[in-house]
Ligand binder design. Structure first.
Ligand code: GAR
Length: 208
């Protein structure tokens, strides 16, 4: 059963994953609408990308002015709740969301991470992979729980690490996969093909 997904995308920076999702919707490859982009940085390039789309709300809420992280997370959750999203897609949202946020949307927040989790969680995942010396890394779409990049995995895609790679070349190779993987995960969710069983996520995955 396919359901048109109502999305809130949360992002902090460049916004290439945001664009991949918006493009897939525009091209009819994903049955969804982005109700709002929610951003924590007023000058993030993703804001211009959302403005260019022209068909969604753009909300900026910075941490400044909130006494604690919990207060900020609560305000953020109120803001997102107002859009009544089916799914909240974190697309380069560079903050760890605490229980005040995550607890409000059980099973409805997903994230993309530029490594094969549980390897290399947190910041600078591509640099971590290079420094560790792995020969294969990749990207992961996963449900968000209260840990840092610890929630149940929906999809993963591997890419090779080449001898001549630096952080930039490796990040670019991973990013290309991220854009496809994120759209694919959202499509599987919209088609009702993603089911969580404890830590495991079962998907009826019939290819891209
Ligand atoms: C992406 O590589 C995404 O996987 C990463 O930030 C980048 C955002 O790029 N996210 C994380 O590292 C989260 N821990 P984008 O703004 O061009 O989509």
């Amino acid at each position: 059963m396919t359901k048109k997904l109502r999305l809130v995308v949360m992002a902090s920076g460049r916004g290439s994953n945001f664009s991949a999702i918006a493009d897939a919707i525009r091209e009819g490859a994903l049955d969804a609408e982005i109700a709002a982009l929610v951003c924590d940085r007023p000058k993030a390039p993703v804001i211009d990308k959302a403005m260019a789309c022209g068909n969604m709300d753009i909300a900026v809420l910075t941490r400044k002015g909130f006494a604690s992280r919990a207060d900020y997370d609560m305000a953020l959750a109120d803001l997102v709740f107002g859009y009544d999203p089916d799914v909240i897609a974190l697309a380069g949202f560079m903050r760890v969301l605490g229980p005040e946020f995550v607890g409000r949307f059980p099973g409805r927040i997903i994230n993309i991470h530029p490594a094969l989790l549980p390897s290399f969680p947190g910041l600078d995942a591509q640099r971590q992979a290079l420094e560790y010396g792995v020969k294969v890394t990749g990207c992961t779409v996963h449900f968000v729980d209260e840990g840092t990049d610890t929630g149940p995995i929906i999809l993963q895609e591997a890419v090779p690490v080449l001898d001549e790679d630096d952080e930039e070349s490796l990040s670019a190779r991973i990013l290309e996969k991220e854009h496809k993987l994120y759209v694919k995960a959202l499509r599987l969710i919209s088609e009702g093909k993603v089911r969580m069983e404890g830590r495991r996520t079962l998907t009826e995955d019939k290819g891209l």
